[in-house]
Ligand binder design. Sequence first.
Ligand code: SF4
Length: 316
Amino acid sequence: MGKARYVFGPVPSRRLGMSLGINNVPYKTCTYSCVYCQLGRTTNLTVERKPYSVPEKIVDEIESIVDTQAKIDYITFVPDGEPTLDKNLGCTATIIKDRIDIPLAILTNGSLIWMGDVREELKLFDVVSLKIDGLDGMWRRINRPHPRLSIDMIVDAMVDFAKTYRGKILTETMLIHNLNIASDILNEVISIIRRIDPYKVYLSVPIRPPAEQWVKPPTEEELLVAYKAFADRLGEGKVEVLSTPEPPKFYPPADPVEYILSMIAVHPLRMEYAINILQKHTDKPQKLIEDLVKARKICLVRYQNTVFLVRRIIRK
Ligand code: SF4
């Protein structure tokens, strides 16, 4: 078989374990042109669905890789643009479900979910990840949507979809310094996410080169405040931070330093809790934490009279 045209990986994914990626739309065809997009600015800003891929070809490519790979957790549509713009999405997903016994996921910005056929096609997936970075003016500033889109229609359709969908919904919110980290803006986003009631809520920071140079990640303080706002209203177990490009490795508690680093890659950790873990392994837990601060691996951030260990965000 020739070079794979639609399929890449499997690659370790921050949300989905070992994920075999499907790129079903050409670069860079999207309904948004997000300021933080790691693919650069959108060159084909559109809301028109077209048959961008060849379903049989995609499934053949997947099968040839699945046959040689020991472990694939998900087959994930994560293209160079917005996957629901592909009119053949539903057809491809149906054939995959028919022929391959691996769960199917899609990372979509959700901007076409108000279209009935898109909603039906998304129901074929076991996991649907939806993007919600801001509402109204903030949505326009961050996501720079196609002018025919309306955030109210999108949000209402997301909430409607969640009522009947049987799989897992994830949401992803990108936090950007000086843009959507003010508490009133975050509270609006949290209110919408509460109505959707997803399985998991992810907070991302721009860690790869963004479309616009001025886009900066939040400070560790801003990230902690945002995390607390989300966790307080949605539940701590539901909210996770994606602040590393690769999924954190999970170490057994026997290696307490690595264990703590892997934990705070996902959730900021209370100082007293970290000390609790560390003192099982060292009589100087405080010193070990100071060393991690000096090594610039973590930051200590005070929030509402509690000190938290927060993963240091790498700035370009
Ligand atoms: S929706 Fe995704 S692909 Fe489209 S511009 Fe935004 S980040 Fe890039």
